[in-house]
Design a protein around this ligand. Structure first.
Ligand code: BES
Ligand code: ZN
Ligand code: ZN
Length: 499
């Protein structure tokens, strides 16, 4: 989708459809809206009078212009109460409107929705939200459809500016929105790819491409190097698969020291069958998305590199399949992680924590000063929080607050969970130092505590995206399938740390 900022009027702009908005209880239309209403012979004010158009949040009304203006359709979106309008509302509403217009095969769409003088939302923020909403709402995954035009896509979006001098801040917002939304859509593409098209090797190639396009340093560790480094967890999980594991490293240097200010670690299980502790077959296909954390990290790194915050970031993605075979890891086996801790395997389906342990230990070894990991780690987190928010677990409250704030800004909700030391008891093993399952209760927390065994004293946040990385239905900017969460959070976190 091509996005442009133009000074044109709603009733004159050449487009297939225009999107505009009204507030709740807006009785008298003014300015551009009044002009548009006039051109439409009072169609909008008529609907308001009849009570059909209330301006309630998430209300979308389609008016056919029947040749009265250049655009054949006018979408009037409800913006809710003027005082309560948030940036999230704009992003979500524009995404819904975009999805609707896409279905109706609109190719060129104009948005006249700023009204920033009335809402207190800045021009930059408004343009960023419109851009994100449009790009995220226009998303579809057609990679494996032989008829690609089945759903259609909007090709051009024009954001209408009333004044010439608004163009500069609008373009700044547009640029930031484009970078974040495109990265989110890349993470979605990776998550939606079938596992036979997103093997650890292909994931590494994708990372290399991101690195090349954004001037990032790319390093790939192979099995031999993993063995040298003592990555017993990653090697153990991968041993049942014919696909070789890959340990992907991207480096972004925006700071003026040699320190790694932040390590981003993402789970890259390209297919999780459960291994010998095999999962039930119902919905097992969804486990192609078990690399969503890794995808979000790789995609976010590309966005970060183009927004250039003044901070150094290292991204680590341990990538592997988790399959049963004659060579596979077995329940009862004991393995040794990168920091020398021994782990008794209770379930081979608790594989994410095994590969993350090695990546976290590697980040510590490399001297990372803060670590944030992202993983589709536990069904238990999904049971606790549903698909509404990401679980946040931390050993450091300051870093936790930063992650929570970055998520809020991105419209990607997250919620902090407790990390009392008592939970660690559940991970004790009779045979090894720890075991990889902590029992039935508080499963997302015991999983987080397991990871905590590998970060030492480094400030660390773990994000469990088992519930939020994919969706069952289209809702606001989130499509059915891979959502790309938490790319926006990670980008905002980097920006907040490096400005
Ligand atoms: N990849 C799964 C977690 C998951 C579940 C992600 C649902 C997305 C949606 C993870 O590897 C797993 O299987 N975890 C087990 C852990 C258990 C064996 C302790 C789980 O949550 O059941
Ligand atoms: Zn698993
Ligand atoms: Zn998994």
């Amino acid at each position: 989708m091509n996005i442009k900022i133009r000074t044109a009027q709603l009733n004159k702009v050449k487009a297939d459809a225009v999107i505009t908005g009204i507030f709740a209880k807006e009785k008298k239309l003014t300015g551009e809206l009044a002009a548009l209403d006039n051109s439409l012979n009072g169609a909008i004010s008529g609907l308001i009078k009849k009570g059909e158009l209330k301006g309630k949040a998430s209300e979308i009304t389609v008016i056919h212009s029947l040749g009265k203006i250049s655009a054949s359709k006018v979408l009037v979106v409800g913006l809710g109460k003027k005082k309560e309008l948030t940036k999230d509302d704009i992003r979500g509403t524009v995404a819904e409107a975009t999805r609707l217009l896409k279905r109706k095969s609109a190719k060129k769409v104009a948005v006249g929705l700023l009204r920033t003088d009335e809402t207190g939302i800045s021009l930059l923020d408004a343009a960023q939200m419109i851009t994100e909403g449009a790009l995220l709402g226009n998303y579809s995954f057609l990679q494996h459809k032989t008829k690609k035009d089945a759903n259609g896509n909007i090709d051009d979006l024009v954001i209408l500016s009333d004044k010439k001098k608004s163009i500069a801040p609008l373009e700044d917002g547009q640029r930031r929105g484009e970078v974040i939304a495109k990265a989110t859509n890349l993470a979605r593409d990776m998550g939606n790819e079938p596992a036979n098209f997103m093997t650890p090797t292909i994931m590494a190639e994708t990372a290399q491409k991101v690195a090349k396009e954004n001037n990032l340093e790319f390093t790939l560790l192979e099995k031999e190097q993993m063995a040298e480094l003592g990555m017993g967890g990653l090697l153990a999980v991968s041993q049942g698969s014919c696909q070789p594991p890959k340990f992907i490293i991207l480096n972004y240097k925006g700071g003026n020291t040699d320190k790694i200010d932040l390590a981003l670690v993402g789970k890259g299980v390209t297919f999780d069958s459960g291994g010998i502790s095999i999962k039930p077959s119902h919905k097992m296909e969804e486990m192609k998305g078990d690399m969503a954390g890794g995808a979000s990290v790789l995609a976010a790194m590309g966005a970060i590199a183009s927004l250039k915050p003044k901070i150094n970031i290292m991204a680590l993605v341990p990538a592997t399949e988790n399959l049963p075979s004659g060579c596979a890891l077995k329940p009862g086996d004991v393995i040794t992680g990168i920091n020398g801790k021994t782990v008794e395997i209770i379930s081979t389906d608790a594989e994410g924590r095994l590969i993350l342990a090695d990546a976290l230990g590697y980040a510590v070894k490399m001297g990372a000063r803060r670590i944030v990991d992202i993983a589709t780690l536990t069904g238990s987190c999904q049971v606790a929080l549903g698909n509404i928010c990401t679980g946040v677990f931390a050993n450091n409250q300051r870093l936790a607050e930063k992650v929570l704030a970055a998520g809020k800004e991105a419209g990607e909700r997250s919620w902090q969970m407790p990390m009392f030391d008592d939970y660690k008891e559940q991970n004790k093993s009779d045979v090894a130092d720890i075991q990889n399952v902590g029992g039935r209760y508080a499963g997302s927390i015991t999983a987080a505590q397991f990871l905590g065994e590998f970060v030492g004293n480094v400030p660390w946040v773990h994000m469990d995206i088992a519930g939020t990385s994919s969706a069952d239905v289209n809702k606001q900017q989130f499509p059915k399938g891979a959502t790309g969460v938490p790319v926006g959070t990670l980008v905002n976190l980097a920006l907040s740390m490096g400005n």
